[in-house]
Design a protein around this ligand. Structure first.
Ligand SMILES: [Zn+2]
Length: 325
């Protein structure tokens, strides 16, 4: 049976999956990139080795591969096969397809990890049945994937959908991208942890501070836990966080008018309460007049499988489009 090898490259680990033609994740594996100690060739050598091991361990040969899909952070261009830029990994203008073609002789397709996660959520996860969706992934940074007419939208340079780097506050918090006041700087897990730490420093006797102490460290959950315990300081952090998220979602709705906005990433583990905190404000601020249908805001359902499933879906789309590089 023909299968896809799907790869989801992250900043600290790389996930691999063998995916059926019906997009079932048959088996998976992951391995750590050694805390940025490796160069790009070593990471790809590891990726190749783990992929071949995964195939043989489950009685597949590389000839069984229909295609390989690889989602990566940063900018990877499917048309050229070049991994142009990765924020936290050592890839710069790296010929990823060419390197992998030395080992694998099936078609190899690459793209941005958040785009692929969005494609998977749209087709197989929380957005099933939606023609148009936007998925926001609230993790270390904030990724976004836009699906239009059931296809992932890539844009010029295949680098579209960087909503994380649209400005919410002129002269706001400096962002890693060089701008100030980016959406990501207010709604990523990193941002929430920063906001929580600031609130603790200002209110060392609060339930929030006690919660952080009991948990041993400040995480993306700390303020939410304090909020659930009626802590006014934690509540303020959560409400402010939710307000920025709501305004950003309204910007997304006004830009694309998707059927559904899907919230994924670590912060989405808060579940429905995260939607409840931001939905009314997001819809109120969206350009929705008359008796029109209201876009849904939902929590992602595929968890950390979205990246690999999306890579396989994208590879299949490319095959169906006859894209052979
Ligand atoms: Zn930015």
């Amino acid at each position: 049976m023909a299968i896809f090898l799907a790869v989801d490259v992250g900043g600290s680990s790389i996930k691999l999956g063998l995916v059926s033609e019906n997009f079932e994740l048959l088996v998976e594996d992951s391995f750590r990139t050694q805390d940025n100690q490796e160069n790009s060739d070593q990471i790809v050598e590891n990726l190749t080795k783990h992929s071949l091991d995964l195939l043989s361990k489950h009685d597949y040969r590389k000839e069984d591969l229909k295609a390989i899909g690889i989602g990566v952070p940063g900018t990877a261009i499917n048309r050229t096969g070049i991994y142009e830029f990765a924020g936290n990994l050592p890839f710069r203008r790296y010929p990823l397809r060419k390197k992998l073609t030395e080992i694998f002789n099936c078609p190899i397709y690459l793209g941005n990890d958040a785009n692929f996660a969005g494609l998977a959520e749209s087709r197989l996860g929380a957005g099933q049945g939606a023609e148009n969706s936007v998925t926001l992934t609230l993790g270390t940074g904030m990724g976004a994937g836009v699906v239009i007419n059931d296809r992932v939208y890539l844009g010029f340079n295949e680098a579209a959908s960087e909503f994380g780097h649209t400005v919410m506050e002129i002269d706001g918090i400096p962002c890693t991208c060089g701008r100030n006041g980016c959406f990501e700087s207010y709604v990523s897990a990193t941002a929430l942890i920063r906001q929580t730490k600031e609130a603790i420093a200002e209110n060392p006797d609060s339930i929030l501070a006690i919660t952080a102490n009991a948990e041993g460290k400040v995480s993306g959950r700390t303020s939410f836990n304090a909020w659930r315990n009626d802590c006014p300081v934690g509540t303020k952090v959560v409400k402010t966080y939710a307000k920025y998220l709501a305004i950003g979602i309204a910007n997304v709705i006004n830009s694309y008018m998707p059927d559904v906005v899907i919230i994924g990433g670590g912060i989405s583990n808060e579940g429905q309460c995260l939607v409840d905190l931001c939905e009314d404000e997001a819809i109120k601020q969206s350009f929705l007049h008359g008796e029109v249908a209201i876009p849904k805001i939902v929590i992602a359902t595929l968890g950390n499988k979205a990246g690999t499933l999306g890579a396989a879906l994208f590879a299949d789309d490319c095959l169906k489009d006859g894209l052979i590089y």
